[in-house]
Design a binder for this molecule. Structure first.
Ligand code: PMP
Length: 379
């Protein structure tokens, strides 16, 4: 049977995006391709509203995280890591390896770090950078990126680095307006493209910072190496992922057709409906109600469900979800609901979860989840 991939990335890839990946590959010097790349970069800057730069290169979200750090911080600098979970913590090892001094302020899983606590920490000593994970995929919590950006205006020497891997193209992220210096993401989540591209926006303050650093130890991810190409894609530094660039361009075309604000609203509405349906079936969600992500749900099992068994049955019922991470392994599943999914995908997903619960021997009123979902979507 057809399997819907409802993990928090990669997300379902629609036919028109698949078609771009399936095109005959051309030379990276092809005039048509150069023009497509140029247009994509222009759209990316306009849609995410920055007068700065954007870098779209082959890689993953983790590489984008490294690119953001490597181009704005150096050995001996102080970095404040605001962590709401597993992916927030990923910055610790990443930064420490570069000799950066790291302080971490963490929330309990499922909650956010209060903005007052972040501000208090920033008042204790001078930080050259701060990282915040917009949506931590391990917890399904969404950090108040805009409010943190506002607060950071009091600390103009601190570079604000936002990990948008599980948020970009689903949650509003306006780089300059929100005082974000570096925004990083990947292609495989809310863009609905296959994995393979790292995307980094850098505002003018971040670009200034890059200049001050001089020659950095990293080579492939150096802004200086890529800037000439981003400004003129007919130039060469390292081979661009031709078909992936086309695929992202198609995703951006879809975003423009939908309207980016409409896209944010659709995600919010869908998430509320999916989350109401999951709760109606008797599940609990890990994330605080006030800080829930729109991109995924982190769903705690009720008594009596075996994680591996449940996910195996759910797979047989046609839906793939991800397991919990770290302390939540075996205790929850993670369900993505972002990107270019439609009502058919959502209804099928919830119906499959009902069938899997039923087959797992859990008392469940068949149709209750689907009914709740549809009622919410029709509101
Ligand atoms: N940050 C967040 C919030 C993520 O969800 C992920 C991937 N799940 C990453 C970073 C790492 O991205 P990638 O797996 O593409 O390297």
């Amino acid at each position: 049977p057809r399997k819907l991939v409802m993990i928090p990335g990669p997300t379902p890839v629609v036919r028109s995006i698949q078609n771009q990946m399936g095109r005959e590959t051309v030379a990276f010097g092809d005039l048509g391709f150069i023009n497509d790349y140029k247009e994509l970069l222009k759209d990316m800057k306009e849609l995410w509203k920055t007068e700065g730069e954007v870098f779209v290169i082959a890689g993953t979200g983790t590489m984008a995280m490294e690119m953001g750090i490597a181009n704005t911080l150096k050995s001996g600098d102080n970095l404040l890591i605001v962590s709401n979970g597993f992916f927030g913590d990923r910055f610790i090892d990443l930064a420490e390896r570069k000799g950066i001094n790291v302080d971490v302020i963490s929330s309990e899983w499922g909650k956010i770090v209060p903005i007052e606590d972040i501000e208090a920490k920033l008042n204790e000593k001078k930080y050259d950078g701060i990282t915040v994970t917009h949506v931590d995929t391990s917890t399904g919590v969404c950090a108040p990126i805009k409010e943190i950006g506002e607060m950071l205006k009091k600390f103009p020497e601190t570079i604000y680095i936002v990990d948008g891997v599980c948020a970009t193209a689903a949650e509003p992220e306006y780089v300059d307006d929100m005082n974000i210096d570096i925004l990083i993401t990947g292609s495989q989540k809310a863009f609905g493209v296959a994995p393979g591209l790292a995307i980094v926006w850098a505002g003018s303050k971040a670009m200034e910072k890059r200049k001050e650093l001089g020659r950095i130890p990293e080579y492939y991810i150096d802004f200086d190496k890529w800037l000439p190409i981003m400004q003129d894609p007919s130039k060469y530094f390292a081979t661009p992922a031709v078909n992936m660039i086309w695929a992202l361009k198609e995703s951006v075309r879809i975003i423009k057709e939908e309207g980016i604000e409409n896209r944010y609203e659709r995600h919010s509405k869908n998430a509320k409906a999916m989350q109401a349906a999951l709760e109606a079936m008797g599940f609990t969600l890990l994330a605080d109600k006030d800080h829930r992500a729109v991109t995924l749900s982190n769903v705690l099992y009720m008594e009596g469900v075996n994680d591996l068994e449940f996910r195996k049955i759910l797979g047989e019922e046609g839906v793939v979800v991800a397991g919990g991470l770290a302390a939540y392994a075996g205790k929850m599943f993670r369900l993505g609901h972002m990107g270019n999914i439609d009502i058919h995908d959502m209804v099928s997903t919830i119906a499959s979860i009902e069938r899997a619960l039923y087959r797992s021997g859990i008392e469940v009123e068949l149709g209750k989840g689907v009914g709740t979902l549809m009622a919410e979507l029709l509101k």
